[in-house]
Structures are given as C-alpha cells and as structure tokens.
Design a protein around this ligand. Structure first.
Ligand code: SAM
Length: 248
C-alpha cells in the first residue's frame, strides 16, 4: 500500500500539512554536512510534505529538486513555497533553485539524464517501497535508478528505520555480475530516535532505538564497469558478438 500513488494521493488530499518522517533537517544537518556542500545538485526523492527542502534552501543550499509520486502533495508544495516567496533562482541548466515535480522514482528516465545529481536524499521512501505490493521489484528498480542518475562520485543518502540486516542485501551489491549491481560503497550510521520525553536519554541498547542512515558513495571505477556492462548487454541484444570479460 505504501508504494501506491492512490494511497499517498488520498493521504495528502485529507491532510497536506507539513509532516516530517523520522527526523527533520536540524537533526540530520550535522551528518548531511559531512557529505555535501551548498552548491551541489541535490534531489530529494519521495519528498512528501516534509520541510527539508525549504530548511536546506534557507540554510544556503542552491539546487534542490524535489520529486514525489503524489501529484496532490507536489502541487501543494510548489504552491506553498511560491506563496512564501522563496525566490526561484534558475541557473544555466534546469536543476538550480528549488522546485517540485511529480514523478515515479522507480522510473525517472523521462525526466532525468544519467549522472546528473551529486546527491540524492531519501527519507523514508525506500522504506515505503519495501512495504509495496511487489517490494523486490520496486526496490530493485528504484535503487538502479538512483545509481543511474548520480554522478560517478555521487552520494545516495538514505534515512531508514530498516536494520542493516534487512536493508544491506538490496542496498549493497558490489557483484558486477549480479542484476542488482550498484556502483557504490555503503557505510551505515545511526541517529537516535526522538524520545517521547525529550529529557530521557535513550539507552541505545536496542537496534530499534535508532534510525539508520545508509550513505552510498558512488565509485568511478565501479561506475565505468557498470557502463561497460550495460553497453555490452545492449550490443548483445542487438545481435553483436561480444566476448564475456574475465573477472579480475
Ligand atoms: C514515508 S513518506 C516520506 C515523506 C518525506 N520524505 C518525509 O521524510 O517526511 C514517503 C513518500 O514517498 C512518496 N512515494 C511513494 N512511492 C513513490 C515513488 N515510487 N516515487 C516517488 N515518490 C514516492 C509518497 O508519496 C510519500 O510522500
């Protein structure tokens, strides 16, 4: 259900007030700053009604592209921030400034070329796709898209409730021969969950006491391997004879 546009449209139709899953920008900022600079081209996928983009923009980030599958929330967010008179600044290419567009993150081919974003921020979208009707297929397509649109040294920054043992099998696949090969290396970070009582210190003894942040850094060499593999597959599909490369 969390993967269906109908579910999200209905949810936002009933209530489109700002809502933040897991953590807000202030909580994530110290970690985000370790990985990105203000002028990078950043995509916020499955942005929902979160105020991340607005807060980042006000903090000096200059290129924030937001996409969500729900047209209801995208229209509302675009209108809300036009009304608040956040200046729209467009640069030579189409990515600059702050903008919202409706799109399915599992297939962005109509919207984005390969290798254009420095960073993709996912807060709870991968988790939503894990709860869709066909989680295996959806998460596979989605992660391949993220890999495709990131620059050869880009970063996928994924905030999730999912424990590493339930996420790394999909997020981390460095086997060049595998279908799910992703040209990035993964590190896992943890951020304590907000406690109902803000003065109570979390014991952090249970894995459920934290949210996980998977930082997936693209690797130029792996990216080249993947490109070559894709080209070879295309050529084979077109009937050309391409020898299989030996694994080093
Ligand atoms: C759990 S909410 C997270 C919202 C926001 N990122 C936050 O942190 O508050 C998941 C969001 O992903 C969107 N979504 C679900 N499937 C999607 C897809 N295939 N492509 C793009 N967005 C999708 C939903 O509409 C929803 O806004």
């Amino acid at each position: 259900m969390f993967g269906s546009p109908g579910f999200w449209d209905e949810r936002y139709y009933v209530n489109c007030e700002p809502f933040e899953w897991y953590h807000d920008y202030a909580a994530l900022k110290p970690l985000l700053e370790q990985f990105m600079t203000k002028e990078m081209h950043i995509l916020l996928v499955g942005c929902g009604s979160s105020e991340m983009a607005r807060d980042m923009y006000e903090d000096g980030y200059t290129s924030l592209f937001n996409v969500d599958i729900s047209r209801v929330v995208v229209d509302e967010m675009a209108m809300r921030y036009d009304m608040k008179e956040i200046p729209k600044m467009y640069f030579e290419d189409d990515l600059g400034g702050i903008q919202w567009k409706q799109a399915d993150a599992t297939d962005l081919t109509a919207m984005f070329n390969d290798k254009i974003f420095d960073v993709v921020v996912d807060k709870a979208l991968l988790d939503a796709l894990y709860c869709s009707e066909v989680p295996g297929k959806q998460t596979h397509k989605y992660l391949q898209e993220m890999d495709r649109i990131l620059t050869p040294e880009g970063l996928f920054f994924c905030v999730s409730f999912g424990l590493p043992e339930n996420r790394l099998d999909k997020i981390e696949d460095t086997d060049e021969e595998s279908d799910g090969f992703l040209a990035w290396e993964v590190e896992v970070h943890a951020i304590p969950k907000l406690m109902p009582n803000q003065y109570k210190v979390s014991q952090l003894k249970k894995p459920e006491d934290v949210y996980y942040v998977y930082t997936c850094r693209k690797e130029e060499k792996m990216d080249n391997e993947k490109m070559l593999k894709k080209k070879a597959e295309k050529a084979r599909a077109a009937g050309k004879k391409i020898p299989t490369r030996n694994k080093r």
